[in-house]
Design a protein around this ligand. Structure first.
Ligand code: SAM
Length: 280
């Protein structure tokens, strides 16, 4: 029997994967969780019908969400990750030896359990003594902390279910307050091809709180239409002023010192989408 998984992006587009095994399929308290083995991308974590990460291409997203802000901040010691229960962002953050504590706030303990069982290559850092895992809502956690973190990474699922509030301006304002005076926020901010309807509000929501706000891009084959965006909000440090010579080699497969700068060069249609196009 042929097994296919398809992910609907919107009413007229789907991505389809040939799969050879369903490793787990269950309803958790928060979402439908599946881990399947696809022929092309290997083991794949799917939440509410959306691919979150795959063994073959996960490094693109995890390196770009972690190393860009970690090299923008000159001395990041205390890092908060909201979402990210697969552990990939933790694994990359742990490569920075100056980071002393990583707090991972993942609402769904079953995501962490599934990642530990089926995705050990990605979740391998979750038992590190520098990592503290909190199973609670990231929105409430952030509201309860003030002036505490050097870096807050929003490694959330798409804005549906428990993640909706992680894309709102009020949440980014609370992230601003949870950061120290020179802190940095980075958030995954969806696909410019598929989510053009929500990206302007997300970007402007971050810009409303942070004096330096910059979007950057990377290319992930299993995310809808490939092009993926992150938005960095910073109180003090500009990611474009990072000296490439200071970006040490921590063992990357995607990120490079040159790409750090280059990923902030946005196509014209993306600049226009977020209201940052130069006046013609
Ligand atoms: N790389 C992924 C992507 O963009 O598709 C995101 C990965 S990670 C698996 C996303 C996690 O965010 C999920 O495990 C989900 O349970 C968690 N999450 C969603 N809403 C949350 C909230 N309000 N607080 C904490 N975690 C949340």
């Amino acid at each position: 029997m042929e097994l296919w998984y398809y992910e609907t992006e919107n009413s007229d587009l789907a991505l389809q994967y040939h799969i050879n095994q369903v490793l787990v399929l269950k309803q958790t308290d928060y979402q439908e969780l599946a881990v399947v083995e696809t022929d092309r991308f290997g083991r794949t974590l799917i939440l509410d019908g959306a691919v979150q990460t795959t063994i073959k291409d996960e490094y693109v997203y995890h390196e770009m969400i972690a190393h860009v802000p970690l090299f923008t901040h000159p001395h990041p010691e205390k890092v908060l990750i909201i979402g990210g229960g697969d552990g990939g962002t933790v694994r990359e953050t742990l490569k920075h030896k100056n980071v002393k504590e990583i707090h991972l706030v993942e609402i769904d303990p079953e995501v962490v359990a599934a990642a530990k069982e089926y995705l050990p290559e990605i979740s391998c850092g979750l038992s590190d003594p520098r990592v503290f895992i909190h199973h609670t809502d990231g929105i409430k956690f952030v509201a309860d902390h003030k002036n505490e973190y050097d870096l807050i990474i929003i490694d959330s699922s798409d804005p549906i279910g428990p993640a909706v509030g992680l894309f709102r301006a009020e949440f980014y304002a609370n992230v601003y307050r949870a950061l120290k005076d020179d802190g940095i926020l980075v958030a995954q901010t969806e696909s410019p091809w598929i989510n053009a309807d929500i990206i302007p509000d997300i970007y402007q929501g971050i810009k409303a709180s942070f004096p330096i706000t910059r979007m950057y891009l990377c290319y992930i084959p299993t995310y809808p239409c490939g092009m993926w965006s992150f938005t960095l909000g910073s109180k003090k440090y500009d990611p474009l002023k990072v000296d490439p010579a200071k970006i040490t080699d921590l063992g990357y497969r995607y990120y490079t010192p040159h790409l750090h700068q280059a990923s902030f060069a946005l196509p014209q249609f993306v600049q226009e989408m977020i209201g940052e196009a130069a006046k013609k």
